[in-house]
Design a protein around this ligand. Structure first.
Ligand code: C5P
Length: 237
């Protein structure tokens, strides 16, 4: 459906940001299902580029080659299935080598710019739940609700370990923790769109709350439309 810029601004967005394995993906899906909203898993977009870099043997430091690659990518997200150039890559993009490539290519500002319009295209009626690292700070600065999820690195590594084992990937907790800390550091310290909460984001620690508690809290914030009270002090650094 085509609609103009003004109309676009009226499509509500809930931005959910946070570090690797903080539970963003699951929580975004559940919130969106409750509201009948669309979902943008922006990490999956970076992963698609990572997978394409691997598949088409593009140099991960050659920024202009990466931008050309992004412009030539044909992908689709439908009902939990991610396709790249007609091939189902839903599982392939979750592989740890792809995670590392996604993280490596995401530091380049031109790569992030090349993915901007692709992300905005997900904003369609009746609304969007967007998860990633810079949804609230850069991509959807006018989001009606911005949530920043936190959790200890150990809890997140445990969560990622379980996920990988369930998906049938071999995994070692020590390697996952190391990798996760490295990706956190790259996400937080990069010059372009670093991982940080928006000034108007609400912080939620997912290691002390269950998934359904987090989802309910987000739904209550959204439905009350009472978005300027009860904001946890923003202490992420
Ligand atoms: O969220 P996920 O772990 O799937 O993201 C894969 C990688 O993509 C992250 O490690 C991060 O470096 C990058 N990313 C990003 N900005 C986003 C989403 C993901 O830089 N909005």
């Amino acid at each position: 459906m085509k609609f103009n810029r003004l109309y676009y601004k009226y499509v509500p967005v809930i931005a959910i940001d946070g570090p690797t394995a903080s539970g963003k993906g699951t929580i975004a899906q559940l919130v969106a299902a409750q509201l009948g909203f669309h979902v943008l898993d922006s990490g999956a977009l970076y992963r698609l580029v990572g997978l394409a870099v691997q598949r088409y043997q593009v140099n991960k430091n050659d920024v202009s080659a990466l931008v050309s690659l992004i412009h030539s990518l044909h992908f689709s997200f439908q009902e939990g299935c991610v396709q790249l150039d007609g091939v189902d890559v839903s599982t392939g993009i979750r592989h740890e080598t792809v995670s590392r490539l996604a993280s490596a290519i995401s530091v380049h500002a031109p790569v992030r710019r090349a993915l901007l319009a692709r992300q905005h295209a997900f904003r369609k009626p009746p609304g969007l739940v967007a998860d990633g690292r810079d949804m609230g700070t850069i991509i959807f600065t006018d989001a009606v609700l911005k949530v920043f999820l936190t959790a200890s690195a150990e809890d997140r590594a445990q969560r990622r370990y379980k996920q990988l084992i369930e998906q049938g990937f071999p995994a070692k907790i020590e390697t996952i923790l190391c990798d996760l800390l490295e990706r956190d550091s790259s996400d937080i310290n990069r010059a372009s769109s670093p991982l940080k909460p928006a000034l108007d984001a609400r912080l939620l620690d997912t290691s002390v709350l269950s998934i359904s508690e987090v989802v309910n809290r987000i739904l209550v914030w959204y439905q009350k439309n009472d978005l300027h009270t009860d904001v946890t002090k923003n202490t992420f650094s």
